[in-house]
Design a protein around this ligand. Structure first.
Ligand code: GAR
Length: 211
């Protein structure tokens, strides 16, 4: 049985960021792009929440933004179709989920197969889902961290691109651990996007090889 192989394109890319909140990961990617460290531009910052602070930050940087309220759509399928249309209209090469608190429909995942990245604040496949820093504390792990992965229809289960580990300290709170993890998120997310547009990511099955 031959294995499907995907190689990321080496090109000047167009990125669409999807966010629902603060947007610090978006800013880390935008800074890297503005500094020429990533061969790409942010073509759209999109949110499901009109009042997301990350959208305001994007506007302040003069980047194109768009918010669409899910309430205006009949269901998730129609909503995600609209988001895909916005991406297609702008010739987007890569979608970066950056604190986007909506699960993408399988149709969305398929439309941009191998072209959606997410950052998750735990070492997947441990602690998928929400409130994962608290989950890590409650479990008693000695290390947690963050994961950049491709997005597939199964939530938090797509092929892993990069991970970074941080220690869990005895007196940690979920917030303190989240802060320590966030510092690493801001390093590995821009790095993963850079590797993508340098044409250096090769997906073979579940594994991502860095060329
Ligand atoms: C980040 O910690 C990110 O890893 C997490 O939300 C935060 C967003 O922060 N994402 C998830 O939990 C996705 N399941 P930001 O808005 O400052 O980038």
């Amino acid at each position: 049985m031959s294995e499907e192989v995907f190689r990321s394109p080496k090109k000047h890319g167009r990125i669409m960021v999807l966010l629902s909140g603060r947007g610090s990961n978006f800013m880390a990617i935008a800074d890297a792009a503005a500094a020429g460290k990533i061969d790409a531009e942010i073509a759209l910052v999109f949110s499901n929440k009109e009042d997301a602070p990350g959208l305001a930050a994007a506007r302040d940087r003069g980047l194109p933004t768009l918010a669409l309220s899910p309430k205006l759509f009949a269901d998730k399928t129609e909503y995600d179709k609209a988001v895909v249309r916005e991406a297609e209209a702008r010739n987007i090469d890569l979608i970066c989920l950056a604190g986007y608190m909506k699960v993408l429909t399988p149709d969305f995942c398929n439309a941009y197969k191998n072209r959606i990245l997410n950052i998750h604040p735990a070492l997947l496949p441990s602690f998928p889902g929400l409130h994962v820093q608290q989950q890590a504390l409650d479990w008693g792990v000695r290390y947690s961290g963050c994961t950049v992965h491709f997005v597939s229809a199964e939530v938090d289960m797509g092929a892993i691109v990069l991970q970074a580990a941080v220690p869990v300290l005895h007196d940690d709170t979920a917030d303190a651990l989240a802060e320590r993890i966030l510092i690493e998120e801001h390093k590995i997310y821009p790095e993963a996007v850079k590797l993508f547009f340098d044409g250096r990511l090769e997906i073979r099955g579940r594994r991502v090889f860095i060329l």
